[in-house]
Design a protein around this ligand. Structure first.
Ligand SMILES: [Zn+2]
Length: 88
């Protein structure tokens, strides 16, 4: 597992509703199922295939996510950010 992927959950813990999910379950979701939380919609996503990460892939991805102060977002949210940023 990419250690960077772990950061997002910690980063998000305060903003995500943890009422029905405790840390143990979150750890299982992240480590065993390689899921993580989108910084924008707060939904669980597959870390590797359904999310865009700062520091991965293209420089433009990192630049865009940095504008929003996100570490990782899902595909849909990335498209939204992209369109929003383009419209500015
Ligand atoms: Zn999202």
């Amino acid at each position: 597992m990419n250690p960077q992927h772990k950061l997002t959950y910690k980063f998000n813990t305060s903003s995500v509703s943890t009422d029905d999910i405790d840390d143990d379950i979150a750890t299982i979701l992240m480590d065993r199922y390689e899921l993580n939380i989108c910084n924008r919609c707060n939904m669980w996503q597959k870390s590797a295939t359904e999310m865009y990460w700062v520091g991965e892939e293209y420089t433009k991805t990192t630049e865009l996510l940095n504008k929003y102060d996100y570490t990782a977002v899902c595909d849909e949210c990335f498209d939204e950010c992209f369109e929003e940023d383009k419209a500015k």
